[in-house]
Every structure is written in structure tokens, then in C-alpha cells.
Design a protein around this ligand. Structure first.
Ligand code: C2O
Ligand code: CU
Ligand code: CU
Length: 497
């Protein structure tokens, strides 16, 4: 007799087989070789009608056919106890996503997703980024507490065939960060083309918690894509909704499977999709434990049965596979997707050795913040025309305008009010914040922690409390739906003493 699990697997597989596929021949021609990515703001084009046809679908898109890939860890070219130095080349490459059909990508070291930086709190990191991509790019360490001149200001760029060395302090808490291009107006296409990778800071002081480590600490990058019949990525501009693809990639593989031992695993989940949100749940709604958010460990673990991950957000969860028998197939699914973007990952449970990891009752307390020094309001609106279709405070991005001047070492209250029909994952550079309230109520326990990105749902109001510690300087804040940020939902703050 089929168990619920098996029925679920079957259902997902069947739906997926008909739900996705290549773009139908003759469907709107689109951009997609990266030698000719649109140079400036591409013309806005809303696509009507079918983007793909059922006949064109093929087994290539079935879930759970390949093992979960893990991006290689970047090796330093030089290391001292105080500093790790790396060299990365941003260049075109190919990814093997569809069997026998290579996909051209733009990647860090030419791979997709890019190589993972594993940093240690207290050891600085220097990354020499060489641009051989054929277009101007820059690099932003998302979630990093970084000096202004290494933050990847959107109007700064590394010209093609040039390079730049970025300096990262690694002074912040242990956390799951990531790096990506931040060229203003182009981020949607460069992110889509493949320029995204993990940068994980480990704090040796957190080792006392005995959380899963090594092979049991697994980065999971979620992205949606669509494909042309030649295997290339297919991008369609939609400034309103943002890009939505019909195929879900996990670490660059279509809804893969992963063999797991019956023990605890930590998954560092990053949504590096342009604009698609996910709500993740395990089959049968089994529990997992959220232990961290964007800025690092939570004060205490939070038991969850589902968790939402908006673009650019990170959640670290621990799954205890001892609750499943050997031979179980446990599906991680997206409950807010279409049929073809529902299957995320299948865990195939095998026997495990003795467990050494655990999840303690308490993790890292939140620091006391200095009293609130200012309150600011930021209405978020859709304007619909021109190059500033998405606006903060009725304005698009203007590098010559400063929207907020916080004093260093203070905290403030910032209220984002969303008067539009779309969700805006609002992100601050340079500093972290606590979520103070969502529609006047306290945030969900998993969001009551240090964050750098928070979802402001349509019609809702979110108040955050940023803490302007560490470095003074000029930093941007923006919507992380990539198409919204490009067009041009971005402001800037100048933090000074
Ligand atoms: Cu992911 Cu401005 O950042
Ligand atoms: Cu950022
Ligand atoms: Cu937005």
C-alpha cells in the first residue's frame, strides 16, 4: 500500500512532467546568450500567452533525477592567522543542468553557482575580483558589514578586463552571506546569468553549540529559471512582477535528491532568485528547527513546519532525520509554487553513525540596542512609467540624493508601508536590523533576530530597527526583487558620527 510519502512523490513527479519544459518554438524571442545581455535598461515587455508548451516538455525537467551538487569551497591563494586572500575571475562558462545540453552562464570562476567562500570571524578576507565577463560588473557581499569602498556601490564598476580587490572585515557574527553583482540597472540580468555564490562566516565561539558541521552543514541555493530549446537560460523582462521561471534549481540542479544519514543536518537556505518567494515545508508537514536568520543565530531555536524565504533572505534550519525510517524519501516542497515549481529537493534517508550534533535550548542573545534616535517612514509605490517604475518615498534611485542621515552607534525605527500589489523584500547594506513589528504586531519568532532583508507584503507595514554600528559611510537600501531594484527602488543613507 502506498504511504502518504509515496503518493506525494508520485503526485509531484507526474505534475512536474506536464508542468514544465522548454519554451515553445516561436514563443516570444528572448535574450539569452550572455554575450548579448541587454546593455542598459531593457525595454519593458509584458509577455502574454503561453511561454511554453506541454508537447515540448521532456524528462529532462523531472525532479529528483540528479544528486544535489555542492559548490566547491574557494581555496585561498594565501593565508595568515589574520587574513585569507582569494582570487576570483568573473567569466562566461557553461553549466550542466540539462543532460547533454550545456547552458551558457556568467559565473564566478565561470561556474554556476559560484564557489563558496568559507570565512572565519576575526580573520579578514580579501577577494581580488578579475572581470573577464565582457561587461562592467561589481561585487557586493550581501549581509556583510563592510567598509563603504568595498561594498560594491551600484554605480561603481569594474570595467571588463580590469580587477578590484575587496576587503571584508569578518568582524560580524557567524552568518550565511552571499555575494552577487550589483551593477545598477543590470542586476536582474547578471544575477540571472549566474553571478551568485555563498560566503559563510563561521564564528569559532559558536562551535560550543555542537550544531551540525562539515558534511552535515549544507548550503542550499534556490533559484528559478526558464530555458530555451538550445539549453540556454531564458529571461523575460517583467518589471512589475519580476522574473518567474518554470523550473526550480537547487545549487544549480533541477529539484535534485540528496542522500542523508539518520541524523541532524543544518541547511543554510538562500533564495537568490530574482523575484520568486518560496514557502518551504517537509512532506507530511514534519517539523524542522530554524536556528538562524540573515544575520546569524537566533536567540533560541524555533520549531517550524513551514518557512518563507523571500528573495535574498537566508534561513538556517536543522532537520532531524532520525524522525524518519531508513529508506524514507522525504520531500522538501514549495507550497506557494505552480505545479512545476513545487518539488524542491528529495532526501533519501540511509543509516547513520552515532550522532554528535544537537540543537541547544538557547543560541545567541540579541545585543541591547542604544535608544531610538530617529523615526523614518518609507512608502513603497508603483509608478509604472519611466526608469523609476518602483519608488521609495515617491522617488527612484538618485546617487546625488541622500534619503537618511543616521548617526553612527544609534538605532532608528524605519517603517516601510507597501501601497503596491507586489511584495518588496527590503534590504539594507552595511547594517543589520531587528524587525520591530509587522502590521503593528510583533514579528514571527523566526524573524525576531538580526536581519538584513525583510519582506513587506502588499498592503502591509513593517517597522524595522536598524543599528548603525561598525563602519560609517554611504550605503544603499533597496528592494531585492532584482527587477524592482533596477527600476529603481533604491535609496541611500549616509551614516556619520
Ligand atoms: Cu543582495 Cu544590495 O544586495
Ligand atoms: Cu546587500
Ligand atoms: Cu520590490
Amino acid at each position: 500500500m502506498a504511504t502518504d510519502w509515496e503518493r506525494e512523490v508520485e503526485g509531484l513527479t507526474r505534475r512536474n512532467a506536464i508542468g514544465r519544459g522548454f519554451a515553445a518554438a516561436g514563443a516570444l524571442a528572448l535574450v539569452c546568450s550572455f554575450d548579448h545581455l541587454p546593455e542598459k535598461h531593457p525595454t519593458v515587455r509584458y509577455v502574454r500567452g503561453r511561454a511554453r508548451s506541454a508537447q515540448a516538455s521532456s524528462g529532462l525537467f523531472d525532479p529528483f533525477q540528479v544528486d544535489l551538487p555542492i559548490s566547491p569551497v574557494l581555496r585561498p591563494v594565501a593565508s595568515t592567522p589574520k587574513l585569507d586572500q582569494y582570487v576570483v575571475t568573473m567569466k562566461p562558462g557553461t553549466a550542466n543542468i540539462l543532460k547533454g545540453l550545456p547552458t551558457p552562464i556568467l559565473g564566478y570562476n565561470g561556474i554556476f553557482p559560484g564557489p563558496t567562500v568559507r570565512a572565519t570571524r576575526g580573520r579578514k578576507v580579501e577577494v581580488r575580483q578579475i572581470n573577464s565577463s565582457g561587461r562592467p560588473l561589481n561585487v557586493h557581499l550581501h549581509g556583510g558589514v563592510t567598509e563603504q569602498n568595498s561594498d560594491g556601490y551600484p554605480l561603481e564598476s569594474i570595467p571588463n578586463n580590469d580587477e578590484r580587490t575587496y576587503h571584508y572585515a569578518s568582524a560580524q557574527r557567524g552568518a550565511t552571506l552571499w555575494y552577487h553583482d550589483h551593477s545598477h540597472g543590470d542586476t536582474a540580468v547578471t544575477l540571472f546569468a549566474g553571478l551568485a555564490a555563498f560566503h559563510i562566516i563561521r564564528d569559532p565561539n559558536e562551535d560550543q553549540f555542537d550544531l551540525p558541521q562539515g558534511d552535515y552543514d549544507v548550503p542550499i541555493m534556490l533559484q528559478d529559471r526558464a530555458f530555451n530549446a538550445d539549453g540556454s537560460f531564458r529571461y523575460r523582462v517583467n518589471v512589475d512582477l519580476g522574473f518567474r521561471g518554470d523550473t526550480l534549481l537547487v545549487n544549480g540542479a533541477i529539484a535534485p535528491r540528496m542522500r542523508v544519514e539518520r541524523r541532524l543536518y543544518r541547511f543554510r537556505i538562500l533564495n537568490s532568485s530574482n523575484a520568486r518567494p518560496y514557502t518551504l515545508a517537509l512532506g507530511n508537514n514534519r517539523q524542522f528547527i530554524q536556528i538562524a536568520s540573515d544575520g546569524g543565530l537566533l536567540p533560541k531555536p524555533v520549531v517550524q513546519t513551514s518557512i518563507s524565504v523571500q528573495p535574498a533572505e537566508r534561513v538556517d534550519i536543522v532537520v532531524d532525520f532520525r524522525q524518519f525510517g531508513v529508506g524514507s524519501e522525504v520531500i522538501l516542497r514549495n507550497t506557494v509554487g505552480e505545479p512545476s515549481t513545487t518539488a524542491v529537493l528529495r532526501f533519501d534517508v540511509v543509516k547513520g553513525g552515532a550522532e554528535e550534533a544537537r540543537v541547544p535550548k538557547t543560541l545567541l542573545p540579541m545585543e541591547e540596542l542604544p535608544p531610538v534616535n530617529a523615526q523614518r517612514g518609507f512608502p513603497l509605490t508603483f509608478h509604472g512609467l519611466g526608469t523609476a517604475q518602483w519608488q521609495i518615498n515617491g522617488q527612484g534611485f538618485d546617487p546625488n540624493r541622500i534619503d537618511a542621515r543616521p548617526r553612527q552607534e544609534t538605532s532608528e525605527l524605519w517603517t516601510f508601508s507597501n501601497f503596491s500589489q507586489r511584495t518588496h523584500p527590503m534590504h539594507l547594506h552595511g547594517y543589520h536590523f531587528q524587525v520591530q513589528s509587522v502590521n503593528g504586531k510583533p514579528p514571527a519568532p523566526g524573524d525576531a533576530a538580526w536581519k538584513d532583508t525583510v519582506a513587506v507584503l502588499p498592503g502591509s507595514t513593517v517597522t524595522i530597527r536598524p543599528y548603525f554600528d561598525y563602519f560609517p559611510g554611504k550605503y544603499v537600501f533597496h528592494c531585492h526583487a532584482a527587477e524592482h531594484g533596477d527600476m529603481s527602488m533604491m535609496g541611500q543613507m549616509q551614516v556619520s558620527r
